[in-house]
Every structure is written in C-alpha cells, then in structure tokens.
Design a protein around this ligand. Structure first.
Ligand code: ATP
Length: 268
C-alpha cells in the first residue's frame, strides 16, 4: 500500500475543472516528481492531499489518513513546503521554528537542537533572531525548507523546492531530498524544472488538464515501479523533456507561436 494514494480525484472551481480523474500512488523510498505546465492542477492536488481544500469527488489517503476527513491529523504527520509560502513577517526564524515544532508535537529541547542543525546546514545561523521581513527571499525559503522537515515526517510535499536558492544551496537541497527519500520516506515534489526532476526523482508523473498523462521510472531501465493505476515505464533513452513535450498536448514549445513582435523596441 502506498503512503500517498489518489484515485478518481476531481476538483473544480466554479466552471473550471482544475483536477479531473487524477490517480497515482507513491511508495516509501520514492522521490516522486509532479511535472506539468501552468494551470495543470498540481497545486490543487497538493492542497487536497494536505487537507487545505475539499475535492468534489475521489479518494485520497496519506500515511493511512484521509486528508478530506481528518485534515489536522494529516498535516500533523506530513511536511509541507507550499507554493510561494513565506514565513510570518513578524516572527524570527527561531520563533517560527519553535512554533512549528510545538504544533508538530516536538519536545522543546529537540526543537532547539533541530533549529540549530537546520540553520547550520542551510547557512542562516546569523539570521536566527532577525525578523523574516528583513530576510532575503532565499533566506526565507531556507526557513520554509527547515519547517517542512523539522519534525522528520515520513511524507513531505514540496512545491518548487529550489525557488530563490543560490546554486550552492540548490545542490545541497537536492542531495538532501535524495537521501531523505531513500531513508524509507516519501518526498513529493511539484516543479517546472525538468532537468532537476530528471536528476533527482525516482519517478515522475506528467500532469496535464488535471490528470496524470504518463509516468516514467527514472531508477534505471530494469526497474519499472508499480504506480497503482499503471506501471511506470522506464525512461530508457528518451529525455524527460522529450516525453514532456510529446505528452503535454498543445504545450509543445516547438509548435508554440513565436514571441516575434514582443522584442524590446530598438533604441532610437
Ligand atoms: N482559487 C481558485 N479559483 C478559481 N480557479 C482556480 C483557483 N485555483 C486554481 N484555479 C484554476 O485551476 C486550474 C489549476 O490550477 P493549479 O494552481 O492547480 O495549477 P498548477 O498546475 O499548480 O499551475 P502552476 O504550474 O501555474 O502553479 C487553473 O486553471 C487555475 O486557474
């Protein structure tokens, strides 16, 4: 049984069908990449899986909990790095991480120890007592990454993990995500960055029009992974970008209208 299970999920906003017949399963040990163009339904799916919104229909299960019926229990057990999330402007990283640790049920000593460890790991020790409003976007992202992993959850949902990070920290975070998933956890990453997905994910689901249109295993040609609704094909000799462009109808940049006419005006 997967630690994340989604079957027949549908969610609309008014007349917009954001998610429709979404189905996939993620197992322990997987770093699952959720790839899709703008508006494909990725954030909506994560919001359902983390108990932030109610779907219209379908079943979802996260670590054996039902986020639609027991959202607080689900949120307690997972880590969440939301899209464009930022820590509260009126708190410092130390205060925020203490708050998150408390809400997630960690002992105060443990929170102090992990706060120090994360600040050292991501290099924001000198900013631990500075208000978030006075931190850069990248420094705020480091605090958000720290809060998602502070209670060492078995499942972590991440929207664009590398946003605003400098290249050195990006490398560190990528390595961390790979090792965290390999430690019998599951990391679910929504991203537009196909190269990063190809580099770090064990499996990807390509999303278009609110559903998974294809899945690919990236763990080597012989290891097709059971994906619940369908077995994932290995990527083989294709590049993930080619698979993406082929499967995302109407989004192929090779057929897209050129941006001719949008060039900056020539200097007079
Ligand atoms: N609160 C909302 N009210 C109305 N429509 C919404 C709302 N949130 C999302 N949508 C619509 O639902 C669809 C899916 O949006 P969603 O944010 O899930 O896509 P996404 O794959 O995360 O996109 P992106 O890659 O641009 O972040 C889009 O057409 C979007 O306009």
């Amino acid at each position: 049984m997967g630690v994340i299970q989604v079957d027949g999920l549908a969610k609309s906003y008014g007349t917009v069908d954001a998610v429709d017949e979404m189905a996939f399963t993620v197992e322990r040990g997987e770093l699952y990449g959720f790839l899709g163009p703008n508006g494909a339904g990725k954030t909506t799916t994560i919001r359902v899986l983390t108990g932030q919104i109610q779907p219209n229909s379908g079943t979802v299960s996260v670590l054996g909990t039902d986020p639609t019926a027991e959202p607080i229990e689900t949120r307690h057990r997972v880590g969440i790095l939301p899209e464009q999330g930022s820590p509260p402007s009126f708190l410092t990283p130390r205060e925020f991480l203490e708050f998150v640790g408390d809400v997630r049920g960690l002992e105060p000593d443990r929170v102090t120890e992990r706060t120090t460890r994360w600040a050292e790991r991501l290099g924001f020790e000198s900013k631990l007592d500075t208000l978030h409003t006075d931190l850069s976007r990248g420094q705020q992202q480091k605090v958000m990454i720290s809060q998602a992993f502070l209670h060492e959850p078995d499942v972590v949902f991440i929207d664009e993990p590398l946003a605003n990070l400098d290249p050195l920290v990006q490398e560190q975070v990528k390595r961390f995500l790979v090792s965290y998933a390999a430690g019998d956890n599951a990391v679910f990453v929504s991203t537009h960055n196909i190269d990063v997905a190809e580099e770090i994910c064990t499996r990807v689901g390509i999303v278009a029009d609110g559903r998974i249109v294809t899945e690919r295993s990236l763990e080597g040609d012989s290891s097709a992974v059971s994906g619940g609704s369908a077995d994932s094909e290995p990527l083989g000799d294709d590049s993930l970008l080619d698979v993406f462009l082929e499967r995302v109808e109407g989004e192929d940049v090779r057929d897209a209208p050129s941006l001719e006419g949008l060039e900056a005006p020539a200097k007079r």
